[in-house]
Design a protein. Structure first.
Length: 290
């Protein structure tokens, strides 16, 4: 299919196995791309099952995601088995369910909400643990993020808790990607400054394909961290110098906000979540071909 697309220079076409999705920025662009595909398919003797085709769709279920205009959420059909799971009754079922929640990467404040289930030793679960389990399912059912717009500047906001670090990638104050990492072993005993600095390093590294070569704003709730990453500040600590060198190829302005004013804290977002599909910005009008 890649050779077919390359041969006929087809634009905004995304094949998957024997299905193809053809997109456009608007209805005219959609129709033009679809006509080009039809002519190319006819030339190659390819046929479509008209009964299974959808034209000019404004919503799409694709590879486990439900995609609508500027919004991405989990496919409800795929979520149903997870949302209907009973409360775990032993370590094996609990571990399986916890891994499934982690894999979905859709739950706001994930590290906080999974924490009561991380070290369960006795069954049945107590009321707090059952509440955490049910809360995770509700969060997953209601999950959604905004689609990335390459023309809008990015803002990275970071935060650190006693047992986790987290960050959110925003555009115009709206979340487009999330990251969190549960601190392990000696990491939990690091100072709040080191945890915040670690959150900055890890989140920027995770989103480097979005941030590299473009200016972005970095917001932290630690004044000392904001100081250590400023280019003009004089730092002699070797560890901090390594952190600064690791970010030396990035172009950003760092600011310090109180934790209470951080967007992700005020909205309750500290999520392990990173989802970006390249063609999202074209999905206002789509044709789905089978």
């Amino acid at each position: 299919m890649d050779d077919f697309m390359s041969k006929y220079k087809l634009q905004d076409m995304f094949p998957f196995i024997d299905n193809s999705t053809i997109c456009g920025k608007d209805q005219n662009d959609h129709d033009k791309n679809f006509e080009n595909f039809e002519m190319a398919a006819k030339s190659e003797g390819l046929t479509m099952n008209k009964d299974k085709c959808t034209y000019s769709a404004t919503t799409l279920d694709f590879l486990g995601y439900h995609i609508s205009y500027n919004t991405l959420s989990p496919d409800p059909e795929r979520l149903a088995p997870l949302l209907n799971l009973p409360t775990p009754t032993d370590q094996k079922s609990l571990k399986c369910i916890a891994d499934m929640f982690s894999y979905t990467k859709w739950i706001s404040k994930f590290s906080d909400k999974i924490y009561p289930l991380n070290n369960v030793l006795k069954f049945p679960l107590n009321s707090q643990q059952v509440k955490a389990f049910e809360s995770l399912k509700v969060e997953l059912a209601n999950a959604a993020i905004q689609v990335i717009d390459e023309n809008i500047p990015f803002t990275v906001e970071t935060g650190a808790l006693d047992f986790a670090i987290s960050a959110t990638l925003n555009q115009d104050g709206r979340p487009v990607a999330f990251y969190s990492h549960m601190l392990q072993g000696s990491e939990q005993y690091h100072s709040s400054v080191e945890k915040e600095a670690q959150a900055i390093i890890e989140s920027i590294h995770r989103w480097r394909h979005f941030l590299l070569g473009r200016h972005f704003t970095l917001i932290t709730d630690q004044r000392s961290v904001a100081f250590m990453y400023k280019v003009t500040s004089k730092i002699k600590n070797d560890k901090i110098m390594r952190w600064r060198i690791a970010l030396s190829h990035m172009i950003f302005t760092i600011t310090q906000h109180p934790a209470t004013s951080l967007w992700m804290h005020s909205q309750g977002y500290t999520v392990q979540q990173l989802v970006h599909i390249h063609f999202m910005s074209y999905l206002h009008h789509c044709a789905i071909l089978v």
